[in-house]
Design a protein around this ligand. Structure first.
Ligand code: NAD
Ligand code: UGA
Length: 550
């Protein structure tokens, strides 16, 4: 069994395989890491300057390891030569998807591990030297045994295969930080001398940057189940707080005050208590369902029902939001990704919501900073029919074009740019009086008005926005009626302190049709500030007002 790892192969160049291997390649300069995938376009993107996934900090790390930098060698490779990479590797990560089965026994709940099995089969067929095979994918407890059977049945009897479980705990949007400073790294093995040797070799790989005390060696079944359990417990917290947010909406309690107060209890803690329209992403739902299915097959119906409720509560919340009359109206959807700092839309709560809106023939004007026009059209077309999407879905380049003419704005993703935390203009620039026609900046003709898809009327709209249609530092609004210098200076100071961009909600208020509704599915806006701009606001976990109260 290899004890000193010099060559790593990772099967699956996705959200886990790509970032994880980029970190290993940047930390273990003696190891050559090759990430392989069946998808040529995906590998081409990993080899280009436009990576297939967005993850803060990833680009620099990939480029340095992939292209070499300074005295550092090239340690990271992306390829479709799966066989070649397996052949050379001492250690192979399997990092392919493990979605929910859609047909057959357990459809709708059980994990479909056919991709993991296919990868194992390929390894078994190709390997001519001993291999450490590492389950990186999230799998049901017991999968290692299935892999062992494949190696015993298909592999060369002269070749030894050691299967380890090393589940990944990174979250999208914070993948690099999570990988660089993990709470723990689990290395599960079968506990035989050879397995422990393999586990030690894998632990050595991580020890280049992870403190030894955070690298936990444990039995392989515990490792598999610990990963599933972590996701289920996290999902359960969100469903718990979301269930309470429904009570808040009905009673007048405020979910943010409740979660803050509850989270101050050290035994509970403040994380994962943000109420939302429901958790999304490729993992929580499927992983909770994996546990549900395991409990069912183990004849533990109460356990299955308990965990099933975690998924059901998530779904209930979406339905509640989708209750208004929208036929023929334009709805601006701000955010399509399942959370901020990622372009991933898998299981995004926005998708189901949009499905119900499309069924009612609403026009959906969608803006997300990291989800491209093509992705929106393609993914929604696959789900809801290309004809309906061509007719009713309008991907927009910025929030302003999405909101123009809309009667409702729905915030689906908590992108920072949607926040109102900096919407505090001085009294003389009273937001209540603010209209787009009274806001001016030095008159700059927007050269991008056509290419950006912004109608010409908007391109002439003189406001404090940059070419992206977003507020940016150093572009203060000035009031044409009373340009008192001290106020302008005050405004300038405010805008200079802005840092990251924020939407100009005052401007949005001038673009929308009345009554102007904002559904805040993430509690990112300060409802009172928006109300002072003339919006009607409904926030998750807060009592609604006026016409919104049903
Ligand atoms: P992904 O879809 O982004 O990537 C999987 C890749 O594997 C795809 O590019 C696919 O083309 C490739 N692939 C599939 N079969 C292959 C084969 N036989 N040979 C070569 N390539 C193959 O998936 P992901 O989000 O990276 O998730 C992978 C696993 O990691 C899942 O089990 C998931 O539950 C788990 N996980 C995901 C995250 C996350 O944040 N996305 C976090 C922790 C764990
Ligand atoms: C989650 C886990 O956090 C990771 O540890 C795990 O590795 C990963 O799943 C996985 O196995 O795939 P991820 O799904 O990327 O990571 O993102 P999270 O930050 O966990 O958010 C999941 C969903 O919950 C998002 O839709 C998010 O908006 C929502 N959420 C999160 C809330 O609604 N409230 C919160 O307080 C936190």
């Amino acid at each position: 069994m290899p004890t000193n790892i010099e060559n790593i192969c990772c099967i699956g160049a996705g959200y886990v395989g790509g970032p994880t291997c980029a970190i290993i390649a940047s930390k273990d300069l003696d190891i050559s890491v090759t990430v392989v995938d069946l998808s040529q376009p995906r590998i081409d993107e990993w080899n280009s300057s436009r990576l297939p996934i967005y993850e803060p900090g990833l680009q620099d790390i990939v480029e340095a390891a992939r292209d070499g930098s300074g005295l550092n060698p090239v340690t990271l490779h992306f390829s479709t030569d799966v066989k070649g990479a397996i052949h050379r590797a001492d250690l192979i990560f399997i990092s392919v998807i493990t979605p929910t089965k859609t047909v057959g026994v357990g459809a709708g709940q059980a994990a479909d591990i056919k991709y993991v099995e296919a990868a194992a089969r390929e390894i078994a067929e190709v390997a001519t030297s001993d291999k450490i095979v590492v389950e990186k994918s999230t799998v049901p407890c017991g999968t290692a045994e299935i892999l062992r059977d494949i190696f015993d049945a298909v592999g060369d009897p002269q070749v030894r295969f050691e299967v380890l479980s090393n589940p990944e705990f990174l979250a999208e949007g914070t993948a690099i930080a999570d990988l660089l400073s993990p709470d723990r790294v689990l290395v599960g093995s079968e506990g035989t001398p050879s397995a422990l040797e393999a586990a030690s070799a894998l632990a050595d790989v991580y020890s280049s940057w992870v403190p030894r005390e955070r690298i936990i060696t444990l039995n392989i079944w515990s490792s598999e189940l610990a990963k599933l359990s972590a996701n289920c417990m996290l999902a359960q917290r969100i469903s718990s707080i979301n269930s309470l947010s429904a009570i808040c909406e009905a009673t007048g309690a405020d979910i943010q005050e409740v979660s803050h107060s509850v989270g101050l209890d050290k035994r509970i803690g403040p994380n994962f208590l943000k109420a939302s329209i429901g958790f999304g992403g490729s993992c929580f739902k499927k992983d909770v369902l994996k546990l549900v299915y395991m409990a069912e097959t183990l004849h533990l119906p109460e356990v299955a029902a308990y965990w099933k409720a975690v998924v059901d509560i998530k779904n209930g919340k979406r339905t509640a939001l989708a209750g208004t009359t929208v036929d023929g109206k334009r709805i601006a959807i701000l955010g399509l990704a399942y959370k901020k700092n990622t372009g991933d839309t898998r299981e995004s709560p926005a998708i189901d919501f949009m499905g119900s809106m499309l069924a009612e023939k609403a026009t959906l004007a969608i803006y997300d900073p990291k989800v491209s026009y093509n992705k929106i059209i393609h993914e929604l077309g696959e789900l809801f029919g290309h004809e309906a999407v061509a007719r009713y879905v309008k991907p927009c380049e910025n929030a302003y074009s999405a909101c123009r003419g809309a009667s409702t704005v729905v915030i689906m993703t908590e992108w920072d740019e949607f926040k109102t935390d900096r919407l505090t203009l001085p009294p003389a620039l009273d937001l209540g009086d603010l209209t787009a026609s009274r806001l001016t900046t030095p008159t700059v003709k927007r050269a991008d008005s056509v290419s950006s898809g912004i109608p010409s009327s908007q391109s002439e709209d003189r406001s404090s926005c940059d070419d992206d249609g977003l507020l940016s530092p150093g572009t203060p609004p000035t009031n044409t009626n009373s340009p008192a210098p001290e106020l302008i200076n005050q405004a300038q100071a405010l805008f200079d302190s802005y840092g990251p961009k924020r939407l100009d909600w005052a401007r949005i208020s001038t673009l929308m049709r009345r009554p102007r509704l904002v559904f805040d599915g993430r509690n990112v806006v300060d409802a009172s500030k928006l109300r002072s701009l003339g919006f009607l606001v409904q926030s998750i976990g807060k009592k609604s007002e006026g016409v919104l109260r049903r």
